[in-house]
Design a protein around this ligand. Structure first.
Ligand code: ACO
Length: 380
């Protein structure tokens, strides 16, 4: 194959790398469309729970009432962590970033799975359920251990989102908080071939075990150009501190050639990310009953970025004000994303296993070629 005649698509932009039945993104003239298994994300955010959405992503259909009850019960039974994992969380440095802790814990879970290499549909689904159920517990336990607080064990009376906030903060969340967390988890659950899901699918295409695939995804999500942006957004909002400083801040950053975190998107170019619209309404709702300044500064930043760069906020932007008003510590913003996205990652890993071809693209070599080898003693 003559590679030189082929054009390099930097960042694989607009390259279609696989088929999927899990998530559909379309960019129409004036809007972005996002569907999970054919259902509009806005409608799922309005009417569903995270458990329903996780079921939908894994099994392809919305659950019936009894299927949902059984699935939710199974997740509840799988929430608690083995003592070895609690030991690991206790031994890790309390200064570790919780995303580093999360990927380490996932890898450790792999060492405890006797059937780590089994990849049949049912076994993979069982592993997926266990990871979905355990992610919130890993994050909440690590947070409580590092801050010297006693562990709050999972509460079977609470759904996935509410239980996470309960284990994290030690008190049952208010209704508005539990629902806000639930909606946020629904909105982050899947997004087609984003960088972390692609990383998971590449690992799955080698037939690596599911823990290896999830570790690859978790590491990739942490980067500031992907899920890491949400933590950068809250750091920016704190730095700006008051809405009237937003414009001057944005202008200064752009003049220095820096990026404004939480803005721009590889796929939603020139249109707003549909998840942003839902999150913005959610942030506004919370701002009415909690601290209003995060939302107010965010509005001012959004206006300024549009004025100077014509860019729209992405999913990471308004989630920052939502998390701040839910009392989630800044460095748990990316782990909260992972708590949701593990449902999408595992659905994609299973889809890849079941219709696999090794993902192995090519690179155009641009270095010197056919060089004459010089023995060590003759080199200058
Ligand atoms: N701030 C300032 N300018 C930006 C930003 C931004 N956040 N995003 C894009 N641009 C500009 C680029 O400088 C470029 O401008 P130019 O044409 O004048 O040079 C133009 O918009 C196009 O940008 P690309 O680099 O081609 O966009 P790309 O598709 O490669 O990157 C990305 C997408 C990484 C998301 C980018 O928009 C970015 O860095 N955003 C900030 C980080 C962020 O919020 N990431 C989260 C994304 S959502 C998610 O992963 C969950």
């Amino acid at each position: 194959m003559e590679l030189k005649s082929k054009k390099v698509k930097e960042g694989l932009q607009d390259i279609i790398a696989c088929k999927t039945g899990i998530c559909r993104i379309e960019v129409e003239e004036d809007r972005g469309i996002l569907e999970y298994r054919g259902y509009a994300v806005e409608e799922l955010a309005e009417r569903s729970t995270f458990e329903e959405v996780a079921y939908l992503l894994l099994f392809g259909e919305l659950p019936t009432k009894s299927e949902l009850e059984a699935f939710s019960e199974e997740l509840k039974e799988l929430r608690e962590l083995p003592p070895q994992i609690i030991g690991l969380l206790t031994n890790l440095s309390p200064f570790s970033h919780p995303m580093v802790v999360l990927r380490t814990a996932v890898s450790y879970l792999g060492t405890m799975d006797k059937h780590i290499h089994y990849r049949s549909h049912d076994v993979s689904i069982a592993k997926a359920k266990s990871l979905i159920a355990k992610f919130p517990t890993i994050i909440a336990y690590f947070h409580r251990i590092r801050s010297g607080q006693k562990l709050i064990h999972p509460n079977d009376e609470l759904g996935h989102a509410a239980n996470f906030l309960y284990m994290l903060k030690g008190e049952e969340p208010e209704k508005i908080e539990a629902r806000a967390m639930d909606v946020d988890l629904i909105l982050h659950a899947d997004h087609e071939l984003n960088a972390s899901t692609f990383a998971a699918r590449i690992a799955a295409s080698t037939l690596a075990d599911i823990y290896a695939c999830v570790v690859a995804a978790t590491g990739t999500l942490m980067g500031p150009l992907h899920g890491g942006a949400s933590q950068k957004v809250i750091e920016m909002l704190r730095e700006i501190a008051v809405p009237w400083r937003a414009e001057e801040y944005v202008k200064m950053k752009l003049e220095r050639g820096e990026r404004i975190m939480g803005f721009g998107h590889r796929v939603y170019r020139g249109v707003i990310d549909p998840r942003t619209l839902v999150l913005k309404r959610l942030a506004e709702k919370l701002a009415r009953v909690k601290e209003p300044k995060w939302y107010q500064i965010s509005l001012a930043v959004e206006d300024a970025v549009y004025k100077y760069k014509k860019l729209y906020p992405n999913v990471d932007f308004y989630s920052a004000s939502v998390y701040a008003n839910l009392g989630i510590p800044d460095d748990l913003f990316i782990p909260v994303f992972a708590i949701s996205r593990i449902s999408g990652w595992t659905a994609h890993i299973i889809e890849q296993y079941e219709n696999n071809r090794l993902i192995r693209p090519r690179a155009l070599y641009v270095g010197e070629a056919c060089r004459k080898y010089i023995p060590l003693e003759e080199r200058e």
